[in-house]
Design a protein around this ligand. Structure first.
Ligand SMILES: N[C@@H](CCC(=O)N[C@@H](CS)C(=O)NCC(=O)O)C(=O)O
Length: 261
């Protein structure tokens, strides 16, 4: 039996849910009410979601979980056979773990999470902030300085580079690691969706190959099963207002540092 400890809107959990849906696996949902609860910290000492339980054993780290699922449950395989394409897939997922994940946290915090933290008492906030020291320090800076935080502009630039890189790659092949859908496509699906919710879809407005990829991943059943189905009812309406405001702000920020023509 497979069970996933997760949260509906957590991007790392969305990644794993896309993989579960693509592989058409049955799984039990275990929503984590308190990431800091001692019982949960025994399962995931970092206090993160997701955590997978399979046949009484635990697997943590979203990328490792998806790789585990793909190995443990054969068809359809989401890993290219060709070693070169497997290496390409590995590079995409490495970039995501090392660069994109910390930066999507920064933008999410600047646009929405900080308001949630700001509404808490100092004690509640202390308990709710990330356990990871660097992540916590960045969140505190963003709570104090909002969109003017020193972390926001580098995070925006990281996604400007990402869309350029994705466009170049998707001009050469229909999926990120060759012409077959792989774990790289599954992993990037929630990131592009989060960028959309953060008002940043204008970044790929002039990128036809990436725009077509976004349309294709959204048209897959896994997009609905792993992402849309889990959104709270008020999400869509709230997200479109948030995205509009953030879009104007981020576009202005990027324009203010654009190199002169
Ligand atoms: N490297 C971990 C990161 C997990 C992670 O950052 N999870 C976020 C949700 S996407 C979380 O649980 N955040 C809570 C916190 O940092 O306190 C993974 O890929 O599983």
């Amino acid at each position: 039996m497979l069970a996933l400890y997760h949260l509906p809107m957590a991007i790392c959990a969305q990644k794993v849910r896309v993989c579960l849906a693509e592989k058409d696996l049955d799984w039990e949902s275990r929503i984590v009410a308190d990431l800091r609860a001692p019982e949960y910290l025994k399962l995931n000492p970092g206090g993160y979601v997701p955590t997978l339980e399979h046949a009484g054993r635990l697997v943590t780290e979203s990328r490792i979980i998806s790789e585990y699922l793909d190995e443990a449950f054969g068809d359809p395989s989401l890993t290219p056979r060709d070693p070169y394409l497997r290496a390409q897939m590995g590079l995409w997922t490495k970039l995501l773990d090392e660069e994109l994940h910390p930066n999507i946290f920064i933008l999410t915090c600047a646009v929405s999470l900080r308001h949630w933290y700001a509404a808490m008492s100092p004690e509640q906030r202390k308990a709710a902030l990330p356990l990871d020291a660097l992540k916590r320090q960045r969140a505190e800076d963003i709570i104090a300085h909002g969109e003017e935080s020193q972390h926001v502009m580098p995070a925006l630039r990281c996604f400007v580079r990402l869309v350029e890189r994705m466009e170049e790659s998707l001009k050469r092949s229909s999926w990120l690691a060759g012409d077959t859908y792989s774990l790289a496509d599954a992993d990037y699906t929630p990131y592009l969706q989060r960028l959309t919710d953060l008002g940043l879809s204008f970044l790929w407005r002039d990128k036809p190959a990436l725009s077509a990829w976004v349309d294709r991943v959204r048209a897959r059943d896994s997009f609905h099963a792993a992402i849309i189905k889990w959104q709270p009812p008020e999400h869509r309406e709230r997200a479109s207002g948030v995205a509009k405001r953030a879009s104007e702000l981020f576009a202005a920020k990027l324009a203010s540092v654009a190199p002169a023509a």
